[in-house]
Design a protein around this ligand. Structure first.
Ligand code: ATP
Ligand code: MG
Length: 258
């Protein structure tokens, strides 16, 4: 990985400057959906991103997760200038440094929970026995070891998401990116998924960025960023309240829609 960090000497794990993203919809039609995002995320921070549908949350997350390129602006991950990294090296960074969790799980169908968890390790060149052992240990961590041989369609939504979280942890990434991970789950199941993120944050020291439409869940994180129409319009620093504990009153955050 090349470290070309000229012009930036900070130590945050994620550093964005003036990030824009435009989608080209036909020859003359360009839609800018992110308008100059600046963001610092510190190592070990748990940050949430809230905002209305269409405000650009997933677009921003995809850029942070190296699934998509910014149109302009600068992005340093762990001090590495991402714009200077070749595509093949980007895949390696993505595979080793980032774990993704999506609303709809994105597990590989007709493939067992264990093999799903092994997949990122397969790409990373981990040997079969080590893969299998680590996959089982991760499934145990998320309470899914007794479903290791089940395919995704034989699992409930909450169980699928726990497998997806185990998969996200496969290569022990520094950063977990979760795009509405509880969005398709009932509140009790969502609660158990959120508790898993807290464990990864507190016990494993993971840096976590969580997109959520849930105000109470956002309030459990260290910092809340609000995105409106492709701009970060507000940053609120926690603690808002202890996780798992009902908010003392509902006015901890302003009454903006979350
Ligand atoms: N591939 C694409 N091509 C064109 N426009 C896109 C593309 N992806 C996203 N957009 C547009 O960018 C804007 C932001 O979309 P994005 O998916 O980031 O929103 P979001 O905040 O994640 O919304 P939601 O809460 O519904 O998931 C939307 O107006 C969307 O239509
Ligand atoms: Mg989205």
């Amino acid at each position: 990985m090349r470290n070309d960090n000229a012009g930036w000497t900070g130590n945050s794990i994620i550093h964005l400057e003036g990030i824009t993203k435009s989608f080209y919809l036909g020859t003359d039609h360009e839609l800018e959906v992110l308008h100059g995002i600046g963001l610092e995320v510190n190592d070990g921070e748990f940050v949430s991103i809230v905002g209305e549908s269409g405000s650009g949350k997933s677009t921003l997350m995809n850029i942070i997760g190296l699934l998509d390129h910014a149109t302009s602006g600068r992005y340093f991950m762990e001090g590495v200038d991402i714009s200077a990294v070749r595509e093949s090296a980007l895949c390696t960074i993505r595979n080793r440094q980032i774990g993704f969790v999506f609303q709809t799980y994105n597990l590989i169908p007709r493939t067992s929970a264990q093999k799903n968890v092994e997949m990122p390790m397969l790409y990373a060149g981990v040997r079969p026995q080590e893969r299998a052992e680590r996959a089982m240990a991760l499934l145990q961590m998320v309470g899914m070891e007794d479903r290791a041989k089940h395919n995704p369609d034989e699992l409930s939504g909450g169980q699928r998401q726990r497998v997806a979280i185990a998969r996200a942890m496969a290569n022990d990434p520094a950063i977990i990116l979760a795009d509405e991970p509880t969005g398709a789950l009932d509140s009790r199941t969502g609660r158990s998924v959120m508790d898993l993120f807290h464990r990864l944050h507190e016990e494993e020291g993971k840096t976590i960025i969580l997109i959520t439409h849930s105000k109470p869940l956002a309030e459990e994180t260290d910092r809340i960023l609000t995105l409106i129409d492709g701009r970060i319009t507000r940053e609120q620093q926690g603690p808002f309240r202890a996780h798992g504990v009902p908010a003392p009153d509902s006015e901890t955050l302003d009454s903006d829609p979350v």
